[in-house]
Each structure stands twice: as structure tokens, then as C-alpha cells.
Design a protein. Structure first.
Length: 222
């Protein structure tokens, strides 16, 4: 994947979030270029506000060799063995469910209608992907992310049955492992991923690892 020829300034080292730019441009070209440079949009969800584009000083990743599956999650995996998992079967449904998911201590959602439209377009172009969990014909969990930077960058996930979003992560890892991948970008550290074995690395190390993955030209989906 060749990144669009968009110029990105270096993040301000004094900024805790690694702010790079502020604008309202969610075009596919800008999104693809951003992820290829280790940058992602982080809107606050307020209508009419500019979108911050960030490259955080610390980046959370999950390396597959460090994956830890807690005993309770293994028990849930057995208890929910009737679930069916798919990839890219219902991307719009997944991102819309993520937008509606309740998030304690967070007012509103950063997954605005404009973000949904932009990422659905990325999905149609083969740069954004989803994992779905189904109970019969009912969508009970899922996650989505972007591969425009040569790695899978997780964006959001949801569940309506306990532990299902984590099981979607395990399904994703199995899929990516089969394609030769060894880690995923989760942007910011969270309690859920910390339990699975994620860790933080510096922005500089992340950029080196990102460049290395881009040299490998792996086809992660499709």
C-alpha cells in the first residue's frame, strides 16, 4: 500500500496526546495517509469541532507471543462455543453498534456519523475490517479497525453478551497469525487489553515497527 502524498508535521513533543493537525478532512486519502504515518483521528464527538489527528508519545500494542488468555475467558469460550465468528460480514452494523455502546465516564461518542461514513468508505476500499460474533442471526459482538498502515490498528469494539468482544479479539488474532502478522496496534492502553497482555512502547519504537511491517507487504485480509 502506498500512502497518499500528504505532508504531516511532526507531533508537538510538549503535547500529551501527540497532536499533529486539526481539521475536518476525513477523506479516504487523508485517513490512509494518516495510518501509514502512525497517526489517527481522535474526535471528541461535539458537532462542528475540528478533528485532532494524533501520534501519541506512548502507543499500546498487543504482541501475539505475549497473549494471555485468562481462565475466565477460556471458560467463556467454552460456554459460548455455539457462537459463530465472521470477518467483514457486517462492517456497517459493527461500527454503528460500537458508536451506540455505553462507555463509562465518557460523554457521547467519538464515532460520529461523519466517522461512520468515512470508515465504511475505507471498508469498501479494502482498508477497514470487522470481526463479528453471531448468536444465530443476531449480532452480539464485534470489533473494527484499519489496515491502511500495514498493520491492524484496532478502533473500537462492542458486546451485548459478556466477554464476546474479547472472543472477537482472539478470532482476529488467529486470523492475523495465519497471515504472518505478529502484533496489533491498539492505540491507547485499556484495562481489557492489559488483561490480554498488551504493553506500551514509545512513539519512536512504534514508528520503527510500523516501517518494518510496511516493508513486508503482508496481505492481512481478502
Amino acid at each position: 500500500m502506498t500512502a497518499a502524498p500528504i505532508s504531516w508535521p511532526a507531533p508537538d513533543p510538549r503535547d500529551a496526546f501527540g497532536l499533529v493537525a486539526l481539521n475536518r478532512d476525513l477523506s479516504p486519502e487523508r485517513l490512509i495517509s494518516a495510518y501509514a504515518h502512525g497517526i489517527f483521528p481522535w474526535p471528541d464527538g461535539r458537532p462542528g469541532t475540528l478533528i485532532p489527528w494524533v501520534s501519541p508519545p506512548k502507543r499500546a500494542i498487543l504482541e501475539f507471543e505475549a497473549l494471555h488468555v485468562p481462565r475466565t475467558l477460556r471458560q467463556a469460550q467454552r460456554a459460548l462455543a455455539n457462537l459463530r465468528f465472521t470477518i467483514d460480514a457486517a462492517f456497517p452494523g459493527v461500527i454503528c453498534a460500537c458508536a451506540k455502546a455505553a462507555r463509562p465516564a465518557v460523554e457521547g461518542t467519538w464515532i460520529t456519523p461523519a466517522m461512520i461514513t468515512a470508515y465504511v468508505t475505507l471498508h469498501h476500499q479494502g482498508h477497514a475490517h470487522s470481526v463479528e460474533a453471531w448468536a444465530g442471526d443476531t449480532l452480539v459482538g464485534g470489533l473494527y479497525g484499519v489496515t491502511a498502515g500495514g498493520i491492524f490498528t484496532g478502533e473500537s469494539m462492542f458486546h451485548v453478551v459478556d466477554n464476546v468482544s474479547k472472543l472477537c479479539v482472539l478470532h482476529l488474532i488467529d486470523h492475523l497469525r495465519s497471515r504472518g502478522a505478529t502484533w496489533i496496534d491498539i492505540q491507547q492502553q485499556t484495562r481489557h487489553f492489559l488483561i490480554l497482555g498488551s504493553r506500551e512502547i514509545s512513539r519512536e519504537e512504534f514508528q520503527r515497527r510500523l516501517a518494518g511491517e510496511q516493508q513486508r507487504h503482508r496481505k492481512l485480509f481478502g
